[in-house]
Design a protein around this ligand. Structure first.
Ligand SMILES: NC(=O)c1ccc[n+]([C@@H]2O[C@H](COP(=O)([O-])OP(=O)(O)OC[C@H]3O[C@@H](n4cnc5c(N)ncnc54)[C@H](O)[C@@H]3O)[C@@H](O)[C@H]2O)c1
Ligand SMILES: [Zn+2]
Ligand SMILES: [Zn+2]
Length: 347
């Protein structure tokens, strides 16, 4: 079969590799129907994730059809259409029992990281019963792919950790796929104001279409003053969601947060930040961090089925799976290409 294989920092190829086979009774082999690229795949290609080794097939998002199941798989049968979660969970360890699938003792984020991933014609999914979700026939496959990673990430690590409430003024720093997912799912809780901050006017325009009430282009270096000027009485925000992953945007969150507010960090940080505990403690600020668990996926799936959530709006580009190298070029130049999510079809 063909797959997108990591060849060390800066290098990848679309090449022939052996088709995966069942290794444990709890495995399933899935024929990929749709897959996509995540910002984390670009981090891997830059060499930022050293656990990924030469020869690894990338990708942790997708929808597919079950081709083969191990003898221990009970919830699925051959031919079922399934959503692949970016997080693999055994469902039985202490962390899985708490819903903390991100830290499954025999899973977590392993797909396209520690084991071969979804940017291929076929993929092996361990613990199929608890790591796959049935796709209802009424739902668009491409919308489903947005549920593998970015929607649960924006929702769980941004909106739920940030405890967004009706009437809140919230700010989301970063209007990439993850920040936009936080924007879409924050609206379940009817915040009064959603201020979106980014450097890219095109993404801010999309954010307005998706429900942002105010936008700030922070390329002038004045994000903090701009956010204050947009809040009621210049008081700052109840919830600040960090969806970039650099010190500058973490700093913005620490500055704009109101007493009693929550800073929900989603961004993956490669560098340490300056944490201003000397200013924050007296303001009763809560800071949360986290790796997505995807335990909200069944709930988000119901919201997509009922059209309360339309994640297909995040898709800007489509390619056949064979053209994934071209798709990587588009996604890596997202600002210039006006790209948000790029979908690949294996027809
Ligand atoms: N915690 C988790 O479980 C989890 C899961 C998936 C992704 N992530 C992380 O979430 C973050 C966002 O992911 P994404 O795919 O949306 O990334 P992305 O790179 O597509 O988007 C980041 C956005 O931030 C904007 N930006 C960059 N510098 C900025 C600045 N100084 N001020 C304001 N905006 C700025 C960019 O223009 C871009 O639109 C990344 O760090 C990613 O690794 C975390
Ligand atoms: Zn991802
Ligand atoms: Zn587990």
């Amino acid at each position: 079969m063909k797959a997108l294989v990591y060849r060390g920092p800066g290098k990848k190829e679309w090449t022939d590799v052996p088709k995966p086979a069942i290794e444990k009774p709890t495995d399933a082999i899935i024929k990929i129907v749709k897959t996509t690229i995540c910002g984390s795949d670009l981090h891997i290609l830059k060499g930022d994730v050293p656990a990924v080794t030469d020869g690894r097939i990338l990708g942790h998002e997708g929808v597919g059809i079950i081709e083969e199941i191990g003898s221990g798989v009970q919830n699925f049968k051959v031919g079922d259409k399934v959503l692949i979660s970016c997080i693999t969970s055994c469902g039985k360890c202490d962390n899985c029992k708490k819903g903390l699938y991100a830290h499954c003792e025999d899973g977590g984020w392993i797909l396209g990281h520690l084991i071969d991933g979804t940017q291929a014609e076929y993929v092996r999914i361990p613990y199929a019963d608890t790591s796959l979700y049935p796709v209802p026939s009424s739902v668009d496959d491409e919308a489903m792919v947005m549920l593998s990673d970015i929607l649960p990430t924006g929702f769980e690590i941004g909106v739920l950790n940030g405890r967004v409430k009706p009437g809140d003024t919230i700010a989301i720093i970063g209007a990439g796929p993850v920040g936009l997912s936080a924007l879409l799912t924050s609206q379940f809780y009817s915040p009064a104001e959603i201020i979106m901050v980014d450097l890219d006017d095109n993404r801010l325009e999309i954010a307005k279409q998706f429900g942002a009430t105010k936008v700030v282009n922070s390329s002038d270096g004045k994000a903090i003053q701009s956010v204050f000027s947009l809040t009621d009485g210049g008081k700052g925000v109840d919830v600040a969601i960090e969806a970039v992953g650099i010190p500058a945007t973490f700093d913005i969150c620490q500055e704009i947060i109101k007493p009693g507010g929550n800073i929900a960090n989603i961004g993956v940080h490669g560098k340490s930040v300056e944490f201003h505990i000397e200013k924050l403690w007296i303001h009763n600020i809560t800071l949360t961090t986290g790796l997505v668990s995807t335990n909200s996926t069944p709930m988000l799936l119901k919201s997509v089925v009922s059209n309360k959530l339309e994640p297909q709006k995040l898709i800007t580009h489509r390619f056949p799976l064979d053209d994934i190298m071209k798709g990587y070029d588009v996604f890596a130049n997202a600002a210039k290409e006006q790209a948000i999510k790029v979908i690949f079809s294996n027809d």
